[in-house]
Design a protein around this ligand. Structure first.
Ligand code: SAH
Ligand code: SF4
Length: 431
């Protein structure tokens, strides 16, 4: 059996897809690069924004001719599957399988059933911490995501993730540490602990800071990171662990979402701009060389021009290394969809999006310029895709560096930075 697998969305979908990929290959299936050459085509879809969902629907719909020719089996998996359920079979006639994040372990058997004539299989489930046990640690990736929390127990008004993946469920620390150890033995160099609100991890009082301290006892992993943190669940203890060990990443993804207190309150984020800034200052005071990243939503219901400007000011004040900027998208049955009118016109959202991107680009350049003339520590990932002769990697605070000089994948080298763009620092290996 040959299968094609495509993923969109966040780290959770990516990890879910990686695990399924491993399971299918263990069963002797072969992954191919195009849906034209396969028996089964699987798509992990993201439900965070409507536009992304529609894109994947039309992409899947375009396989109609191939399906008729090859008897192709088509599956839609992940958050969108869990939320839209059987409606998807009506919307996309081409679909044979719809499976939510908590039902992925049943997908391989379902595919066999479909080959034997079953029709329109719907597998539902949100929580998927036990799915991690199927991970093939013998195929350790260079940089590995390791789930520590599935789902999310927050109530951000705009967000559909808690409905798609359920409430937060923490994995037991021994299980996480065992997975890290196995990955390390098989060659993984970087481990990134993931959760929607990873900094809130707490297993019978054992916190993310404790987990990181214990993970740092495992040899072989060169760098440990974690995403995504919520501004109300990070604390000094966590920052101290980040500062305590050379192997800890010095990069904190701390989505602010808005620079206006009124909008933050409507979003139900549970902090004010002042509190956010205090957290940023504490983090910077404790963690040397820290870089911060953020997410922003523009055009949230009732957002005024002035409130949008406040987001711009926040980017300027924090000088984030990068920000992911999203146009507000109304999602079914979220608090915002039920209570607020999506009243910022599409054109206006677009303008605010472009302007915020511009402001962020200026901030990114400022962060990069600080590196010129400095020697930075880089974990080498391999050859740069563009130039082929140069190599690329990232610093401990997540700057992308492209450089010349002797090095191979997995090495840690010192690179002297000569010039920069907002996204990349260029330089030469010094040792
Ligand atoms: N758990 C992570 C990621 C959530 S989704 C976190 O809390 O940071 C990633 C980002 O998508 C969010 O941070 C938010 O900026 C954006 N997002 C979520 N729902 C959205 C919506 N309905 N419209 C636009 N952007 C949204
Ligand atoms: Fe969504 Fe908020 Fe949970 Fe992030 S913290 S996944 S934005 S509900």
């Amino acid at each position: 059996m040959r299968y094609y697998l495509e993923v969109s969305g966040c780290q959770m979908n990516r990890l879910d897809a990686e695990i399924l990929d491993g399971v299918l290959r263990r069963r002797g299936w072969e992954r191919v690069r195009s849906p034209k050459e396969c028996d089964v085509a699987l798509f992990f879809a993201c439900s965070v924004r409507r536009h992304a969902e529609e894109k994947i629907y039309s992409h899947i719909g375009s396989l109609k001719n191939i399906k008729q020719r090859n008897n192709l089996i088509v599956g839609l998996l992940g958050c969108t599957a869990q939320l839209e359920k059987e409606n998807l079979f009506k919307r996309l006639e081409i679909l044979d399988l719809v499976a939510g994040p908590g039902a992925l372990r049943d997908v391989p058997d379902a595919l066999i059933d479909l080959q034997n004539g079953a029709k329109e299989l719907l597998l539902l489930g949100k929580e998927n911490t036990s799915y991690d046990k199927l991970r093939r640690c013998d195929e350790a990736p260079f940089s590995a995501y390791v789930r520590v929390v599935s789902g999310c127990s927050r109530n951000c008004a705009y967000c559909v993730v808690p409905r798609a993946r359920g409430r937060a469920i923490e994995r037991p620390p021994e299980e996480v540490l065992c997975e890290v150890e196995a990955l390390s033995k098989n060659g993984t160099k970087e481990v990134i602990l993931i959760g929607q609100d990873v900094s809130a991890y707490s297993y019978n009082g054992y916190k993310l800071a404790d987990l990181l301290r214990d993970a740092l006892k495992i040899e072989g992993i060169v760098r440990f990171g974690f995403v995504t943190s919520h501004p109300t669940s990070v604390n000094e203890r966590l920052f101290e662990v980040m500062a305590s060990d050379e192997r800890m990443s010095r990069y904190l993804h701390l989505p602010a979402q808005s620079g206006s207190d009124r909008i933050l309150s409507l979003m139900r984020r549970n902090y004010t701009v002042k509190e956010y800034l205090e957290t940023v200052n504490t983090a910077r005071r404790i963690v040397p060389e820290l870089e911060l990243a953020s997410d922003f939503i523009v055009g949230f219901p009732t957002e005024t021009e002035e409130e949008f400007e406040a987001s711009r000011r926040l980017i300027k004040e924090c000088v984030f290394l990068n920000s992911f900027i999203f146009k507000y998208s109304e999602r079914p049955n979220t608090l915002a969809a039920l209570k607020l009118k999506d009243d910022v016109p599409a054109k206006e959202k677009q303008r605010r999006n472009i302007e915020l991107l511009k402001t962020q680009e200026e901030a990114s350049l400022l962060r990069k310029q600080r590196l010129i003339g400095q020697k930075v520590r880089v974990l080498v990932e391999g050859y740069d895709k563009k130039s082929k002769k140069k190599m690329t990697g990232r610093t401990w605070n997540n700057h992308i560096v492209v450089f010349e000089g002797e090095a191979k994948r997995g090495d840690v080298v010192l690179v002297e930075v000569e010039r920069v763009t907002p996204l990349v620092a260029f330089g030469t290996v010094v040792c």
